[in-house]
Design a protein around this ligand. Structure first.
Ligand SMILES: C[S@@+](CC[C@H](N)C(=O)[O-])C[C@H]1O[C@@H](n2cnc3c(N)ncnc32)[C@H](O)[C@@H]1O
Length: 225
């Protein structure tokens, strides 16, 4: 990807998330082009004055209005407005617009981004599921169940993988409570390690876990029925 194209799909009432994403990418990949896309034309109009050499805003939806394929699509708090049976079709529409090796992030978070979950998809389909939490004053990790992606939110019930995931994680968080006296980060890292020891297909290393993240294979949490 020489000049990556990154899409912030459904950027919302203000262009803040798109501009922030562009600013962050600027430091690691200065040649990245960022496109904010919105289904609401009035929102596009009010974002237009914020366009720069590398950031533009367009009217459109999951079909991603762009001449060529795009490398990354981030859609945060967008699919939750749709019904679960629509998710598979939405995923496949967006995936059909990705370049080889591209990435689609379908995520949800609370208003200030302290509780978040997302699914990462490659052009072949869903690859992983992530929970990301602000660890300070975290009561139980299953708080993230309230912010589950649409594909999982109706499946957090006894007998389903995602329910077992949160049950195990809450138990480990409770078991490691003593470490919280040192830091919630140590408590979290020990809990993530515990998930791995129990056989959950945990991704990454401690460097990532320390951020309050836990990523597992999608198949381990995917709905069973
Ligand atoms: C809750 S806001 C999320 C804003 C921002 N992404 C965030 O997380 O703060 C959802 C936005 O998605 C837009 N939206 C809904 N369906 C869409 C679609 N199919 N394509 C593009 N935008 C869409 C809505 O108009 C709304 O502005």
């Amino acid at each position: 990807m020489e000049n990556p194209v990154v899409v912030d799909l459904g950027f919302g009432a203000a262009p803040n998330t798109t501009l922030e994403l562009a600013e962050r990418l600027q430091s690691t990949r200065p040649n990245t082009r960022v496109i904010g896309i919105e289904i609401d034309p009035a929102r596009v109009d009010s974002a237009k004055p914020f366009e720069t050499d590398t950031v533009s805003f367009r009217h459109g939806g999951f079909e991603i209005p762009n001449d060529g394929p795009v490398d990354v699509v981030r859609a945060f708090n967008v699919l939750r407005q749709y019904n679960e049976p629509e998710v598979a079709g939405i995923w496949s529409t967006v995936l059909s617009r990705l370049s080889p090796g591209g990435l689609f992030i379908d995520g949800t978070c609370d208003e200030i981004g302290r509780v978040s979950t997302w699914v990462a998809l490659s052009p072949e389909g869903p690859e992983s599921f992530t929970v990301s939490l602000r660890l300070t004053q975290l009561d139980t990790p299953s708080i993230a169940a309230e912010r589950l992606v649409k594909a999982l939110i109706h499946h957090n019930v006894e007998g389903e993988n995602i329910h077992r995931f949160f049950t195990d994680l809450d138990r480990l968080w409770a078991t490691n409570a003593g470490l919280g006296a040192f830091s919630p980060v140590q408590r979290w890292v020990a809990s993530v390690r515990g998930m791995k020891d129990r056989g959950w297909p945990v991704h990454g290393t401690q460097a990532r876990w320390r951020l309050g993240e836990l990523t597992v294979d999608w198949d381990a949490v995917a709905p069973q029925r």
